[in-house]
Design a protein around this ligand. Sequence first.
Ligand code: SF4
Length: 356
Amino acid sequence: MNKNIAAEIENDVCEESSPDYLKVSLAAAMTMDLVPGIFYRNACLHCINVLLTYDEGCKANCAYCGLQKTREGDYNDKSFIRVDWPVFKTDDVIESTLKKKDIADRICISMITHEKAKKDTFTILKRFVGELHCPVSILMAPTVLKHQDIDSFKECGANMVTVALDVATPELFDKYRGKGVNGPHRWEKYNDILEYSVSVFGKNRVGCHLVVGLGETEMEMVRRIQAVRDIGARSHLFSFYREKGSRLENHPQCPAGKYRRVQTARHIIDYDMGRVEDMIFDDEERIIDFGMPFKTVAEMIEKGVAFQTTGCPGKTEISACNRPFGDSSPKNIRSFPFALNANDVARIRKELLDYD
Ligand code: SF4
């Protein structure tokens, strides 16, 4: 055999790539005692988040993402949604998850855009379903998927699926994920996979990740949340947080007031308490009335649930997936990974009125 080819094959076999290896979110690695650390305010995790890993990384180029291929550095050193993702053997992830049966209510496989991602996701999904005690979610990469793959995810035992649409409008999608960055993603494809997934998994069994602060107005984001709800899915919000070295490393985080108002609107829409058409926006398309009695909104804010991280559900929690500090530092929390205390609620009340 040609020496170069032999060396290439050897490298291929030696590299720490999926399906034999997985990246694990720092919070999940801490939860499973794979790395040391304690959670700020006991932000206990109930979902083990894992990410496919390949030496070449993700083949897409989303402007805001820590994994984008044009960001300098080795794929294994890149952060994703603000945190590090150390690599572990899939065997060890399974063993460690089983040791935390009392805590781990769910496990989630995040795909990346790579030619091996689909095949490896099926391999890992089958192992998780066969060997673990908890339901399995898939954060899908629609660009490499067809309708029949969604059917197959369901047949193989996936419990829920999610599409990271991330941006609110087709124009912003194209600018930050599609042609604007020489990226492979298309708005129509993402929405098609989202809608088809609801027809396969059912109402409230499909999620849609959306990032607030990528140039959209509050009205545009809330209309997107309503559109997602109208097809039977629910939205999971992130506040944009700049990843160092990404194309948007200098893009500012959105004002706290905007994030709080969008979180409130999402809670109202996703739990079918109201609709975007009833909400009133000012001339800068910011929410000034949620279209519900003031007392009802005030009581909702007081409970604080609307401001907690949302995601795929667990046994007891509204969301097993609380992604601690995935969109802010613990000092200035955007999505709360735990129940709010009185001080948190007082801060939120002020932020909701911030229109600067
Ligand atoms: S909400 Fe969490 S568990 Fe569900 S798909 Fe997204 S990252 Fe995975």
